[in-house]
Design a protein around this ligand. Sequence first.
Ligand SMILES: [Zn+2]
Length: 410
Amino acid sequence: MPVERGELSVLFEACLGFSLGGIEIPDSRKLISIMAGSQKNPQPKVPIVEEAMARAVESAPSPVLHAWFWPDAKPFAVALSHDVDEVRWSWRRRLLMAAKHPHTVLQENERYWNFDRVLALERRSGVRSSWYFVADGRHPRDPPYRLTDVASVMGELEKQGQEIGLHASYLSYADAAMLKREREAIGKALGRPVLGVRQHFLNFDSSVTWRIQREAGFEYDSTLAYNEVSGFRAGICHPYRPPGHNIMEIPLILMDGQLFLYERFSVPQAVANCERLSEAVAARGGLLTMNWHQHTYDSYSFPGFWDVYEHMLGWLMARDPAFLTGEEVWQWWNLRSSVHIVEQERKRGSATWTVSAPDRVPGLALRFLGPKEAGLHADAETRVTTRGDDHFIVFRELPADEPVTVASEW
Ligand SMILES: [Zn+2]
């Protein structure tokens, strides 16, 4: 796709929620191709697109009022997810494990069937997650279970407020008919269409996958990540619409397999790495998308994997982010994108804006970037709050189709 000048500004403005005016953004071709999925961020641990975006914000003429990324001015967001690759030990594994854990020979084959265990763990923290199930697939690398094996557990998870999405089969990333069939099959089993997809093995071709996912009816994808290393493949830790596509990408940052099977971390090293990446996301007000497979909860087969997850849940809870399922991220991000902020007046010592949206936006938070001592108020029910250098005005609810004036003085 030819890169047009200004494309990166459009992407940044969509993410930030305000107009950058005439600011120059260097290195745009590289950053666009990373966001477009055609090139991987060469620095996995650094969100290089976010860094360029932060520099653009710093150079924007003050004061700026922009729609904060998350409801109720939450500092950042977390999307927990589980790809369901395997649900039972294979015979090979049973034999393999018999030597180490002889009692498993006599036990029921349920050490991968960890749906209740994961639910209980997350319920203790009061959080919910997205579960991506496989609907089909005949490739040797495709999961061995069938939809009929998991239909009842999918229904149960959904009843518990979890989101169900498609874990699309190994070859479907480049096969429109296959992807469509799989979305229809899982929708039929669940009794309603699913909105989100993650491709098995993170197989992805930027020239095809997003387009055929959208054609199949998906609203968001959460595949963009590296298999071999945890971090920021898309260079960004916010949801975004990839250039030229009408689907939302929710980039994946952290996955159990990356840490233990490829990066070969010990538990303390994995924890340190997860905390470092999470801090980078939190510092940007971003979205930390995590994927822990429910079968790796089996500590005989995958020692340490879920110790790291449990540790991170506690670590994240202490920082009070918004915990959202993929579907909730998609809903919120669309709602937030519909908020329109127009500067009305800018004088020495004061500025006013009108803020409006076609639908009501509960918990909308606006961040004010300007003089620290500025006062903020609006002709609607709001509260003002600060966190570090960040200054917010938070609406109980922005009314539908009814412009509200926000004013600041300093
Ligand atoms: Zn998978």
